[in-house]
Design a binder for this molecule. Structure first.
Ligand SMILES: [Zn+2]
Length: 189
């Protein structure tokens, strides 16, 4: 994991404000980092299990919601401890391959489980070639031209989705072409 920070951005949508939590990376694992985020930001007992193979990733999150109990008693809650203990028996294979109904039944068939509706999720990034070009324009012709001269082209990688954008010397000239006004003319009219 190395050093660094994890930034969690939550966008509730419908015109409500986005909010962000930042925690240091826990060098031991992503799970520990995320659990630290939940204990610092949400202050609710939260456990997380993650599993990956070559083609998929799956996660299981357990959170003790306060209901009618004071928050500082939640960690000692017997029901909570039993649920954590049961979830700890999950294997990576179960997490990756079992349908959620089966998985919940296998773990919690002695509890009363209510399964809410699901929403499809998808990954999206707001980066685009236009945004990259705008950023380069803000850097200025001189700077960008220098990069092209040294490296042959300008490569910009989106740190969020890992898409790479490349502009060669022609692209760069084209990008800044509109910015140069003809110099003052000597010709009198
Ligand atoms: Zn992106």
């Amino acid at each position: 994991m190395g050093a660094g920070h994890l930034v969690m951005t939550i966008d509730p949508g419908r015109g409500r404000d986005r909010y962000q939590g930042i925690v240091s990376l826990d060098e031991t694992s992503l799970v520990n980092t995320l659990q630290n985020y939940f204990s610092q930001s949400e202050q609710l007992p939260t456990r997380l299990w993650l599993a990956v193979d070559d083609t998929s990733a799956a996660g299981f999150l357990l959170q003790n919601l306060p209901a009618n109990r004071p928050a500082d008693t939640l960690e000692e809650d017997d029901d909570w401890n039993r649920c954590v203990h049961l979830a700890d028996t999950l294997t990576n294979a179960e997490l990756l391959h079992l349908p959620v109904e089966k998985l919940l039944y296998r773990l919690f068939h002695q509890e009363s489980v209510r399964l809410l509706g699901s929403s499809p999720i998808n990954f999206a990034c707001r980066c685009s070639r236009e945004r990259v070009e705008r950023t380069l324009k803000a850097l200025g012709y001189k700077e960008v031209k220098q990069i092209v001269e040294e490296d042959g082209d300008v490569e910009v990688r989106c740190e969020f989705c890992n898409t790479e954008y490349a502009l060669d010397v022609v692209d760069v000239e084209h990008l800044f072409a509109g910015d140069f006004q003809p110099g003052p003319s000597d010709t009198r009219h």
